[in-house]
Ligand binder design. Structure first.
Ligand SMILES: NCCCCC[C@@H](C[SeH])C(=O)O
Ligand SMILES: [Zn+2]
Ligand SMILES: [Zn+2]
Length: 309
């Protein structure tokens, strides 16, 4: 696919075709792993990028598209894969990362919701599971993980945009991701969940206002602060950074907090462009800069984590 392919938003079927094509074009580097299926039985495909044939290396994980309307998120996962495949050996940052880490990428964690934003309601957020009680559809997958589940910042009302689901991991999508990460928790060292919008680099905790035990390390010059500084310097754009609970809002049951408590101590949620002018409807002409900003932050953090391994 040409460069311009990555400066557009793609339908779900287009992305499934891209996943298959990318694996076929790069059989020695890309492996496709089926980690589960959505409530409407669509496949959840993870791409594994690995430059090494050796034993299981340390790894990093990137999930995109947990919230359906945040189209820049899957666009970033595709952008990252293309950057990794096209610039390995040329760009020293991505070469260093791929020489040290395998990368698991889940381009669309909520395929049913994503499809729904293309066919029916562009502003849909949740998945499309049918709840027993009300006539309302969908749970917020980023409130369905087992981390202070369904406390303040989530809702037990199935009609709410932040409905926490019937119980932790009640949703097939979050259950599939939790299952995969539980079985890879000894090799996965770094976790990224990509969202939009508001331009923030967030880390645990969002489920309480308590500080994570390695809070200083996450916020210090090593990690989030340096990433935000790089974006400001290279792209003249402002990203806030900090613990989610204090920086954006209380949001219990999130993937990043659950991953952190699982023992993956370098866990981040990125809120990409913009700050509200277009919001979730970020125009395709903004994809390049939004993805470059996210790439800069991801590389900065990944390089620091590799140094500490
Ligand atoms: N895991 C919670 C991180 C902070 C909130 C992130 C936003 C992304 Se739209 C949310 O899930 O409401
Ligand atoms: Zn989101
Ligand atoms: Zn958001």
């Amino acid at each position: 696919s040409s460069a311009s392919y990555y400066e557009k938003y793609h339908s779900l079927n287009d992305i499934y075709f891209w996943i298959n094509q990318t694996q076929q074009d790069n059989p020695n580097i890309v492996k496709v792993i089926l980690i589960g299926s959505s409530s409407e039985k669509r496949p959840l495909y993870v791409l594994k990028l690995s430059r090494n044939k050796g034993p299981e290396k340390k790894a990093m994980w990137i999930d995109c598209g947990i919230h359906a309307r945040e189209w820049i998120s899957p666009a970033f996962c595709l952008w990252f894969v293309r950057h990794s495949l096209s610039f390995y050996g040329q760009n020293q940052d991505i070469t260093h990362i791929l020489d040290n880490l395998d990368v698991y990428i889940l381009p669309v964690m909520n395929p049913d919701g994503y499809e729904y934003t293309w066919t029916t309601n562009r502003m849909w957020r949740k998945n499309r599971s049918v709840s027993k009680s009300d006539n309302c559809i969908g749970a917020d997958l980023n409130r369905n993980f087992d981390a202070n589940w369904c406390t303040e910042g989530a809702s037990d009302d199935p009609c709410s945009e932040i409905y926490c689901g019937a119980f932790p991991e009640s949703e097939p999508e979050s259950q599939s991701v939790a299952h995969f990460l539980r079985s890879h928790k000894d090799s996965v060292k770094l976790y990224f969940s990509i969202h939009s919008y508001s331009q923030m680099l967030l880390f645990p905790y969002s489920c309480t206002l308590d500080e994570a035990e390695n809070h200083n390390e996450l916020v210090s010059l090593d990690m989030a602060q340096e990433a935000a500084q790089k974006i400001r310097r290279y792209y003249r754009n402002i990203y806030k950074y900090g613990a989610g609970g204090k920086t954006i809002y209380l949001a219990p049951g999130g993937s990043d907090d659950w991953v952190y408590n699982l023992g993956i101590k370098y866990s981040f949620t990125f809120e990409l462009q913009d700050r509200g002018r277009y919001g979730f409807l970020l125009p395709p002409s903004h994809i390049t800069q939004a993805c470059n900003e996210a790439l800069t932050a991801l590389k900065t953090i990944a390089r620091k984590v590799i140094e500490k391994m």
